[in-house]
Design a binder for this molecule. Structure first.
Ligand code: HEM
Length: 471
């Protein structure tokens, strides 16, 4: 167990209810930044997580000079508007107009969010994409047959290929995203965009800041190289929609003059579109391949097409992966911008302007009071949160559902920032798994489910290999 100075004794816990405010900076930096462990394992191993649980789910400490309210459970504690927008600290990289950096009530933010939801969230739209996802997955997998490949790379390339080709999403058919991922210039940027952003903000890392600036030429290049395909795509196209919202003409000349802030904003939408999903897919295949009984059931289920009106075994497995692994940094700090009182375990706690709030998402997704076997990879964990027989992907991840926190930085009441790409990501993964396990046999080796060190984005250890053969 890590030593945290001034940790209160077991008897002192009750009295000290919210005052675990020792400065943990030194231990935190040594354990996470120097040794490369995840913040969640810091909180678990330091005793902070257990302390918070005994304390109604929260406690406070000092970190980097600020008092932080740490939360170890998934229930919402505050309204979103008392906290600074989630990506405000990285707006110098992702753009100040990106919806994640704008106040919740900003009308332009709402317009952009609704536009994205119309493309990525409606069950009707997703249903129409089913055939294309299968077709593009097959096209890519055919090229990969009988080769020993990195599982991480295959997960990335497959998602890049599908996202680039799907009608009405990006339509980068002339030069798909795969092309840029192969170039020396963009290879790292495309694989570690979220990581780079968090490193740049956390420690003012110069290299990360330089890498982050590549967003500008990257977006210019993909639009310029694919102008004609985007031009002939439907009005749902995410790139065209942003042009429309800003009232910018869609011409080759206008593309050359897009303001830098809009280019950054586009990168903050386009890169997470594939990066989160491909990391999640890497976890998903790793978990399936590490659990023979689950793999067998996945193969049986894979011949059924996805049905958004009911949860299939494969959907449960995808969601279980999102619960246990996640594809977004485990701990994100949000600044308190409005002093308010919150109720925790029948006590009132004053959250003051200048403090921060953080949710320990990995540990809170393993809440023993919610999930049947929280530390195991088991689809029954998802079964245990179903409220009735009619649950779907959409109902399980509705704004007011708080059991699994993988799509918000912290849970706030009604979660207005809950990821607008969540249904699309689950849908794509579910379709890809169907395609792989219904038509191919998989031979996977060197899989590890341990968290990679020195990675803020939760990834399994690198090195897993996959060979796919036609059945
Ligand atoms: C497994 C996949 C994914 C995970 C784990 C994930 C996770 C997250 C998280 C944690 C947030 C922060 C929400 C907050 O501020 O509290 C977020 C926001 C966001 N995500 Fe995702 N995401 C995923 C897939 C996607 C996809 C496919 C897209 C498609 C473009 C996307 C676009 C966005 C956008 C635009 C926001 C900002 C929302 C807002 O501020 O209102 N994400 N996501």
């Amino acid at each position: 167990m890590l030593e945290v100075e001034n940790a209160p004794s077991e008897q002192g816990l009750k009295e000290k209810a919210f005052s675990y405010d020792c400065d943990i900076t030194e231990q935190y930096v040594a354990y996470t930044e120097h040794q490369g462990n995840s913040p969640s394992s810091f909180f678990a191993n330091s005793g902070i997580y257990d302390y918070a649980i005994k304390n109604g789910g929260v406690c406070t400490f000092k970190l980097f000079g600020k008092t932080v309210l740490y939360q170890a459970t998934n229930e919402p504690l505050v309204n979103d508007h008392v906290l600074a927008p989630t990506t405000a600290p990285i707006k110098f990289l992702w753009g100040s107009k990106f919806m994640g950096a704008c106040p919740e009530e900003d009308p332009e933010r709402r317009i952009k969010r609704s536009a994205l939801l119309r493309t990525l969230a409606s069950p009707q739209k997703l249903n129409q994409m089913k055939i294309e996802v299968a077709q593009f997955a097959e096209e890519y997998l055919k090229k990969s047959l009988s080769k020993e490949l990195s599982l991480e790379e295959l997960s990335l390339q497959l998602v890049l290929y599908i996202d680039s080709h799907l009608s009405g999403i990006l339509e980068l058919k002339n030069k798909p995203l795969n092309h840029y991922a192969e170039t020396e210039k963009y290879a790292l940027f495309m694989r570690e965009y979220i990581e780079i952003a968090f490193k740049a903000v956390a420690r003012k890392n110069k290299l990360a800041c330089q890498q982050g600036e590549l967003a500008i030429p990257f977006i210019k290049d993909i639009i310029k190289d694919n102008f004609n395909c985007i031009d002939s795509s439907s009005c749902d196209n995410i790139i065209k929609k942003i042009f429309e919202i800003y009232d910018m003409p869609w011409t080759k000349k206008a593309v050359g003059q897009v303001p830098v802030e809009v280019l950054k904003e586009l990168s903050a939408i386009i890169v997470p579109l594939y990066e989160t999903t491909s990391v999640s897919l890497y976890w998903l295949i790793s978990y399936i391949e590490s659990n023979p009984t689950i793999k067998e059931k996945v193969i049986i289920d894979s011949i059924q097409a996805i049905d958004l009106d009911r949860l299939s075994f494969i959907d449960l497995v995808v969601i279980e992966t999102i619960r246990i692994a996640g594809a977004n940094p485990f701990v994100v700090f949000r600044d308190v911008i409005k002093t308010c009182d919150i109720q925790i375990a029948e006590k009132t706690f004053r959250l003051e302007e200048g403090m921060q709030v953080c949710l320990d998402r990995r540990n809170s997704n393993q809440d023993q009071t919610i999930f049947r076997c929280p530390y195991e990879f088991n689809q029954d964990n998802i079964v245990s949160i179903l409220q009735d027989d009619h649950e779907t992907i959409h109902s399980l991840f509705a704004h007011k559902r708080y059991e699994i926190n993988s799509f918000t930085a912290v849970n706030t009441f009604k979660n207005p920032r809950k990821c607008p790409g969540r249904f699309f990501s689950i849908f794509i993964q579910s379709c890809i798994i169907r395609e792989i396990y219904s038509k191919y046999t998989t031979h996977v080796s060197d899989v590890s489910l341990d968290l990679r060190k020195h990675s803020l984005m939760p990834r399994p250890l690198a090195g897993a290999k996959i060979r796919i053969e036609k059945r």
